[in-house]
Design a protein around this ligand. Sequence first.
Ligand code: PA5
Length: 441
Amino acid sequence: ENIKFDYSKGAIKQHEIQYLKSPILKAHEMLHNKTGAGNDFLGWVDYPICYDKDEFERIKKAAQKIRNDSDVFIIVGIGGSYLGARAAIEALSHSFYNEIADGPKIYFAGNNISGTYLKHLLEVIEGKDVSINVISKSGTTTEPAIAFRVLKAYMEEKYGKEEAKKRIYATTDSKKGALRTLAEKEGYETFVIPDDVGGRFSIFTPVGMLPIAVAGLDIEQMMNGAKDARVEYMEEDLEKNMCYQYAAVRNILYRRGKTIEVMVNYEPSLHYIAEWWKQLYGESEGKDGKGIFPAAVDFSTDLHSMGQYLQDGRRDLFETVLNIESPKLDITIKEDEDNLDGLNYLKGKTMDFVNKKAFEGTLLAHVDGSVPNLILNVPKMNEYYFGKLIYFFEKACGISGYLLGVNPFDQPGVESYKKNMFALLGKPGYEELREKLIKRI
Ligand code: PA5
């Protein structure tokens, strides 16, 4: 049993793969010898074996404490400091986790600037025992900073400063940033995001590990998955490395004008894996006027909304299906005497059987509609395979970026909106830009 990449429905010719053998090898060497662009952000490559083991134990202890003394756990963070934990918790926990959780209910904050959302959250947690993990690598991101200012004041009023500080955990840079200064001054327990790991590659660091452990998930197994993936996807021969094959095939399709990659799933719990994946690929590849646009759909739900476009709209897309081979649970469809709904032909079949037929039928229809389909077969969704899958995508992303000729590890584009927003808000230091922008509005 293993994760398998199947591109037989991708309309790829074998010689196209052959032609990429040497560029892939070059990208592999750039990544492993740290000679490519962004080489000071490659800490994630060996992180599954190099991580701080003492800190990992401290994460488990903190998670246990939070599970023992809290009804509610709030994760404050955005982008790379948010999506990984959410992807794991949604993919691996009960679909209605907060309704039946044997640990704290989990909420997310600081991933938007909505006062309505935060006010509603404060209403929901009223009268409950709360712990908070505030996560920010830079320590200065506006969304989590505002949410944390509000939540910190709430906690201090509720518990007093002394007890509040025992319930707030900060994950940030080891030295720099406002959150580091604040955490040290207030005496919060802190966890470190290494300098050489960028936000979207940080799920295996405390950024992901603490919230995931609080949800009662096995972070040891997740790390094992990443560890095995690190070895498996280190293979430099394209023909033996499925992770590199994924990078190669999407590059071939991109050059053919398939500039949109649609990630498809058939399990609602995978929705946030696609959200995490969108950030990983969008931020890594979308620069210098280049890059595949990463999009995502949840099937069969979205077959009833986006199905028409996918089948028949502009032909500039390809799909990558995340196929979980064995579902966590299943339901067998029973015979009904009256058969008024006409479903008796499915008697004795499971819902997963029907779901898989929807997958196969859609796959063939979309291929007939000139949408190349790539399939990632994952044996089951557990901590181990989740860890492996995440590392698969991270490694393929680094290789994809180098194949495309971009720096996959920076994100200069996300600064532009921030500058404008700060100027319009009147942040000190942005006076000149403010003048210019106000004239344009
Ligand atoms: O990948 C990135 O760099 C961004 O998405 C960041 O993760 C996001 O902006 C949050 O940044 P920070 O962790 O510094 O608050």
